[in-house]
Structure formats: C-alpha cells, structure tokens
Ligand binder design. Structure first.
Ligand SMILES: [Zn+2]
Length: 242
C-alpha cells in the first residue's frame, strides 16, 4: 500500500502535466491570431456594408429626382406643343393673341430647359454615386471572401485544438481514475488557488512549483517520510512530491 502511494504522487505530477497542457491548449484556442483578424475584417465589412446601403439609398433618391425632373420637363413640353398646335390650327387669328401664345410657348420651353439642366446635374451626381456603389460593393465582396477564408482557418484550428484537448482529457481521466479522490480534491483546490500548480517536485530544497526553497530540515523530513505521505510547500501551498 505504501509503495503504491509513492507511485500515486508521481501519477499526480503526470496528471498535472495533462492539466497544464490543457490550459495551454485552451489559451491557444482563445488567442488564435486568425480569430482576431476575422473580427477586424468583420468590423470593416460591417462599416463598408453600411456605407454601401447609405450610398445605394442616396443613389435611389437621385434616380427618383431625375425621373421627377424628366416627367416635369416632359409635361411642360406637351403643354408647349399643345399651345403650338392651337397656334397653327387656324382657330386663333388675332395677332395679339398669337403673340401671347408664342410668349407662353417660350416661357414653357425656358422652364423646361431649366428643369433639364437640373436633371443633368442630378444625373452627374447619380453617376458619381454609381461609381461609389460599385467601389463599396467590390470592397464588401473582397472582405466577405476574406472573412469566409479566415472563418474556415479558425474552424480548422479550433477543431485541431479540440482534438488535442480531447486526447489530453482522456489521458487525464485515466490518471484520475487511479488516484485517491481525497488527494485529487486537495490537488485541484490547491491548483485553483495557485492558478497553475497544485503539485510540484521537490528538488533538493527547492519547490519546482514556486522555485523557492524550504528549510533543509523540512526537505529532509519529507524525503524520509513513509512513501505517499502528503506534504505541502509553505511558500506556494502545492503538494510536494519528493
Ligand atoms: Zn512552492
């Protein structure tokens, strides 16, 4: 029984190696550089998509404005043509009246040309908005491709780490099954408190957990205790394994 107990303490150190490996893998999982890059790309994509939506909206507004000017110009031209039709229909013979009708036609056409000029301005504005829409659209497409590439890299890296963690966990479970539950509880509590080490090898008078020395009398006492006697480091509190 006593011999088994000293083997047990070595197994506890092996189990701790698994725990440390699992911690490292978790840390690697949490700090995958591709995930940070993916977040950056997604943030930029969101901003570009918003700019794209805003620009499309402004472009649509310009199209509506263009159409409105075009409709108004068209209706002014119809009116002018209608007045001209009357002028040349022979219905009106008074020179004074014909002069007034001509003035109407001129005024309607002036107004129409004014609207057409404004329509041209809007068209120019809309054309430069079209260029911007195309630019944001292209950029959004690039970012989407980049995000999808990064997302699959992240997934692959995560899956790889998950698999390693599963392997470490299985190995840990095998070790945990042969360890005394009280010792394991004690180790887990101490490891949680020390944030990393629950057990450490005693080399000479140095605890390999905190790398501080314990009194040599104490080190000697631990080394000459019956195998499996559980002792703790006064400095970091971890279980000392001679
Ligand atoms: Zn220590």
């Amino acid at each position: 029984m006593a011999a088994d107990a000293s083997v047990t303490l070595d197994k506890l150190l092996e189990l701790q190696d698994r725990d440390i490996a699992i911690d490292r893998l978790r840390h690697r999982w949490d700090s995958l550089p591709e995930r940070a890059a993916l977040d950056t790309v997604r943030t930029e994509l969101e901003a570009v998509e918003k700019q794209l939506a805003d620009t499309v909206e402004r472009c649509d507004e310009a199209v509506r404005e263009e159409r409105r000017f075009d409709d108004e110009a068209g209706s002014l031209e119809s009116k002018a043509a209608e007045v001209e039709r009357r002028m040349y229909s022979g219905e009106v013979s008074s020179p004074r009246e014909l002069q007034l009708l001509q003035a109407d036609v001129d005024q309607l056409r002036r107004h129409r040309r004014g609207l057409e000029d404004r329509e041209l301005d809007v068209m120019e504005r809309r054309e430069s908005l079209d260029v911007e829409v195309a630019r944001f659209d292209t950029r959004a497409g690039e970012l989407r491709a980049e995000a999808s590439q990064l997302a699959s890299t992240v997934s692959a890296a995560e899956a790889e780490i998950d698999e390693e963690v599963a392997g470490e966990r299985a190995a840990r479970a095998e070790l945990a099954a042969i360890l005394d539950p009280t010792l394991l509880d004690d180790y887990e509590r101490r490891r949680e408190r020390a944030r990393g080490f629950g057990a450490a090898r005693l080399v000479g008078t140095t605890c390999q957990g905190c790398h501080l020395s314990i009194p040599s009398v104490e080190a000697e006492r631990i080394r000459t205790s019956p195998p499996g006697t559980v002792a703790h480091c006064d400095n970091c509190g971890c279980i000392l394994v001679p």
